[in-house]
Design a protein around this ligand. Structure first.
Ligand SMILES: Nc1nc2c(ncn2[C@@H]2O[C@H](COP(=O)(O)OP(=O)(O)OP(=O)(O)O)[C@@H](O)[C@H]2O)c(=O)[nH]1
Ligand SMILES: [Mg+2]
Length: 158
């Protein structure tokens, strides 16, 4: 089966580890007090493809870890917590992700609590390459993370 490396980016607490655990319940996460400090990793087979999903630590000082995880990447996912303002930290991670030069999907994570970022996603992303697809949902929803996986498969299978 063809192997695909997918790396999930996004700032701290966006919901990356939650999303990966929802998609792959036995995925591992190297964390300290609830914050990823190295990576998440899990593998899932879907429609004839093997997806190796890596999660990154979102805190600002982990740039070197994200750079290592981005090696050999095929598709990226950016997780955005819609209840928080899209700020310089998001932009920095968008830049790091786009430096890999691969297509990306933008997952808007609606956590149950919290107000919404009022600006449109198109506006937030106006200074960046366009995402292949924007998916809205919850990182804790089985249906929503499967929709994301199906979209990732569309990207790699053309
Ligand atoms: N109910 C609910 N809680 C969520 C959702 N997404 C994230 N959370 C919660 O938000 C917090 C942060 O989520 P994580 O998945 O650990 O965030 P992360 O992006 O991996 O954060 P770092 O590892 O620090 O970069 C946790 O308490 C999650 O349970 C969601 O869709 N629904
Ligand atoms: Mg995490």
């Amino acid at each position: 089966m063809p192997k695909v490396k997918v790396v999930v980016f996004g700032k701290g607490e966006a919901g990356k580890s939650t999303l990966i655990k929802q998609l792959i319940p036995n995925a591992m996460n190297i964390e300290h007090e609830g914050r990823t400090i190295a990576l998440d990793h899990g593998t899932i087979s879907y429609q004839g493809w093997d997806f190796h999903i890596f999660g990154t630590p979102g805190q600002a000082h982990f740039t070197p870890v994200r750079e290592v995880l981005a090696q050999g990447i095929h598709v990226a996912v950016f997780v955005n917590d819609s209840s928080r303002y899209f700020d310089d930290e998001d932009k920095k991670i968008m830049q790091e992700m786009n430096a890999a030069g691969v297509p990306y999907l933008f997952f808007i994570n609606h956590k149950p609590e919290g107000k919404k970022e009022r600006r449109s996603t198109e506006r937030l992303l106006e200074d960046f390459p366009k995402p292949v697809k924007i998916i809205e949902g919850s990182a804790a929803s089985d249906e929503d993370v499967k929709t994301l996986l199906a979209a990732v498969k569309e990207v790699v299978s053309g």
